[in-house]
Design a protein around this ligand. Sequence first.
Ligand SMILES: [Zn+2]
Length: 340
Amino acid sequence: MTTHATAVSEAWVRALPKAEVHLHLEGCVPFEVIADAAAASGRPPPVPVTDGVPEVASLGDLLSYLDWSCALVAGPEQLEQAAYRICTRARAAGAGHVDVIVNPTHWPRWQGRLEAMLDALDAGFRAGEADYGATSGLCVSLKRNQSRSEALEVVDRLLELAHPRVVALSIDGNEAGGRESHNDRFAPAFERAAAAGLRRCAHAGESSGAGGVREAIELLGAERIDHGIRCLEDASVTALVASRGIPLDVCPSSNVVLGVVPALAAHPLPELLARGVRCSINTDDPLLYGVDLAGEYHSTAAAFGWGHVQLAEMARVSIESSFADEDRRRELLRQLDAFT
Ligand SMILES: [Zn+2]
């Protein structure tokens, strides 16, 4: 892989005010939080784990590890700890806000207990904000294989709970099954969420192509696309994303680990920017890939020979595209302006 020199120091990158907007709770459960439960269950992890980091080399590895680890989370204190640790890591990486995606279908011990799950996470985020100052919001995610009525049920439950920690409706899972991404099936759920004031983001353009990105925008009303990089497969979709100013939450290392791109130096991020697409840098499932947000900024800068200006622009888009409330976004943008 070709790497370029970057004049940007690791310390500068860590101090750069930024937000993280594409982060899955499922990929943020520290190994030590589940280690005791794993030992008691007698079920070893499906892939080797070294220093708390599982060896994930494919989407199959990722999903089997997630199934294994999430199934071990039964108590509120484990969820609280996972949420708190997200804030700890945000502080260490210089992130002043995190939007965290949680997909309730991944958590077998919490089925039918969404309110208790949200309360446990909320307690961890509140403690983390008090200790580290990083704010956070939850994007509750539908799964691509759910039915139309299951998706509507999730939204109705969210609207009934009106939990202040929940800021958005999201959708993730394998986009490649069947007719592009079945977005028509999920459109009513997203419409209902939008009418009630929830923000909307959607995974697309990772395991689906450019058509998935178009549908996420046109059928789901996505305000932000998680990944989205394959919009480049169709110039008209790239132009749509750029002209509407819809930001892409790009996760470079995740794309390399899961084989969406062959190497970091071959990542299409520079091309997206050249075509006028707004992009931010994120980690997706940081504990599964052994990465952190500041490290992602730094390795991306090294891969493309970027300096302070380009990284500050990434940070600006991350803050602008976050679902933090307006005052918080303004405050973080002020911090960024003062820093740069
Ligand atoms: Zn993701």
